[in-house]
Write a protein that binds this ligand. Sequence first.
Ligand code: ARG
Length: 462
Amino acid sequence: MTDQTNSAWGGRFSEATDEFVAEFTASVSFDKRMYQQDIQGSKAHARMLAAVGVITDAERDLIVDGLDTIQIQIEQGDFEWRTALEDVHMNIESALTKNIGAVGKKLHTGRSRNDQVATDIRLYLRDAIDGILGQLCLLQRGIITLASDHTDTIMPGFTHLQTAQPVTFGHHLLAWNEMLQRDSERLIDCRKRVNILPLGSAALAGTTFPIDRVMTAQLLGFDAPSENSLDSVSDRDFAIEFSAASAMIMMHLSRMSEELVLWTSAQFQFIDLPDRFCTGSSIMPQKKNPDVPELVRGKSGRVIGHLMSLLVLMKGQPLAYNKDNQEDKEPLFDTMDQVFNSLKAFASMVPAIVPHKANMRSAAFKGYSTATDLADYLVKKGMPFRDAHEVVGKAVAKGLADGKDLSELSLDSLQQFSDLIAQDVFDVLTLEGSVKARNHIGGTAPEQVKQAAIRAHSRVLR
Ligand code: ARG
């Protein structure tokens, strides 16, 4: 054995690892970001080993202090990460032994990197979920506040991106909030399955030492130790689940982005985004581009891609740990980063949206958006809905021919289509009348939207 053989496992090897292979198989360049969780897990492991008598209290103290020192060194930039030591786990363990001497070699008693890495990822992901939930909550509050300010601001509601019926801007915004509310609930649910302790599973079958996994779980804030050692060193379904919840968040942010891009266009002019969220063009001086929503829409592709990567990574693996799993980290970390940053950008941008009420209103006015209201009016006067639909279709055709909205046609000309029509028709043909009439839970009536905003607010981050 040469001294280039890895000291953590070099015993049975007769030649050093090929230099390229060492680099190819190393993960330290990206898993070092879990240093804090690795140290936290190791400290809990050492405390548990001492509590069950596998190491002495004095050894525990040396190890715990040594790990604290390493954390300080890392945070001060005084730590040398070595690719030859493969990953964050062996870098830290090797530095510990170098710093505190032979007792450092006792830390790995009763554990394996397989349960160690699974523990580190869960600790890391748990914090990431909490951070993302915090941003989600900020964004939801921003959306709900804006919605409360616009419970009677009228805009066109669309189906097929064609003007359908008038809605209130507040109602539209609260639709966004519902999507995010479910996203938040999904993450909270996913966190329950993340928060289970794999440590103690050792390489795959458990360990011969009299470990106390309940104690380790408590020290690390896990809800419970995992039930099956083979399963807990191998499956990354908790990460896949987080990825799926993240893909859903990005899909929702992407839909919102699409609307923001449309609404800021010269063709819509429904809203303005403050300059600080936009950029210009280097050639067209007039341009103000909605870069933030466009970028978030773009990033959704990469997060959805990471979900696919993780699913495919897992699907071919027999029990238990396989090196394939080292490939979980880059997609997972990138997912956390992209989702956090996208939510953060949205959380500061959404409250800064400036709606152009007059433009929204006139767009709603243009598209015969109260045609359904006229049909409902006729039904309430005794006409079967299908007949009413037909009658209103003819009235719309007349409006189109005359270049007038339904509410601009005279009573006489409306009565040509049905003698059920009377002066009171104009109450339902106005935009205000139309939204006000949809007065039930989930409807767009300003009164309902006010109540919905209050309920939405009380549901944020349960
Ligand atoms: N760097 C490895 C990973 O990310 C740690 C576990 C390695 N275990 C092993 N037996 N090679 O999965």
